[in-house]
Design a protein around this ligand. Structure first.
Ligand code: MN
Ligand code: MN
Ligand code: MN
Length: 279
């Protein structure tokens, strides 16, 4: 199965509109495509009823905090109209807004100008995050490029890397389950946890009802895939895979680059009696 179960659109920090993402996925020969924007479902809603191309899985990538680390949980095959999930999304939106104000406050103290207005303008849809601040700082000429913005101010462990405010791990799993979906621990190696801490995270995730681990995230080394596959199986969890596509031109997260799951894994779609069409 050529499945890509982790992608972004302009509804969060992706550069392609939902219809453009669908066209690109079709051209890439994807059969199963999950749209998983950060803390929002507008991209999925925009594709409701779309015909042709891959089967579309309604999804979301929820931000959460676990032991002071920012962790992402992908929800797959969700009912977009579930009220518990909708309430959760509203909470995340408020948290994102408060966080944006705090990031802007820190950037102002560092001497940057108009960052909240700028980032909101770049985001265009209220779903504002660090990439939008970075793009504004580059576009307004206050920093040479987005990479510098992350390296100096917005990246992991930097002064403007603010994580507080997100819902707790068990809460986001509850929302996903309320919406009939499957909870997936996204890109487990991206958190740069020690071996022992990653083990603890997967343990807590499973204990909270988590269902699957993203065994393949973008282009990755076969040894890495093998390691996460074993970790996943050891905890009795299902396996998912996705490119984490945000924009064309990044070959390490191009649509369809992460479709092959190891044979020892149980793919997440095998647990779905039916695929809930976006509506
Ligand atoms: Mn993103
Ligand atoms: Mn993520
Ligand atoms: Mn993502």
């Amino acid at each position: 199965m050529r499945a890509d179960l982790h992608t972004h659109t302009t509804a969060s920090d992706g550069s392609l509109a939902p219809a453009e993402l669908l066209a690109r996925a079709t051209a890439a020969g994807i059969e199963l495509l999950a749209v998983t924007d950060h803390d929002g479902i507008d991209g999925c809603l925009a594709l409701a009823g779309a015909r042709g191309g891959p089967q579309i899985i309604a999804g979301i990538e929820l931000s959460t905090t676990w032991q002071n680390a920012g962790v992402h949980i992908v929800g797959l095959n969700i009912d977009l109209h579930d009220s518990t999930l909708r309430t959760g999304i509203d909470l995340q939106r408020t948290a994102r807004q408060v966080r944006a104000e705090r990031i802007a406050g820190k950037l102002t103290k560092l001497g940057f100008r108009d960052t909240l207005e700028g980032a909101l303008r770049v985001a265009g849809n209220g779903n504002v995050g660090r990439p939008h601040f970075a793009r504004f700082l580059a576009e307004s000429g206050q920093l040479p490029d987005e990479k510098t913005a992350f390296k100096r101010h917005l990246g992991r462990g930097k002064p403007c890397d603010i994580r507080s405010g997100w819902a707790a791990l068990p809460d986001v799993i509850t929302w996903i389950h309320a919406a009939g979906g499957t909870a997936v621990l996204a890109h487990p190696l991206k958190y740069k946890l020690t071996h022992r801490k990653l083990e603890a995270l997967v343990n807590d995730f499973r204990a909270a009802g988590g269902d699957a681990v993203e065994v393949v995230s973008g282009l990755q080394d076969a040894m890495v895939t093998e390691r996460i596959a074993r970790l996943t199986n050891r905890h009795g969890l299902l396996a998912s895979g996705g490119s984490d596509f945000h924009q064309p031109g990044q070959h390490w997260s191009e649509l369809g680059c992460a479709t092959a799951l190891p044979a020892i894994c149980r793919p997440v779609w095998q647990s779905w009696d039916s695929i809930r069409p976006a509506r």
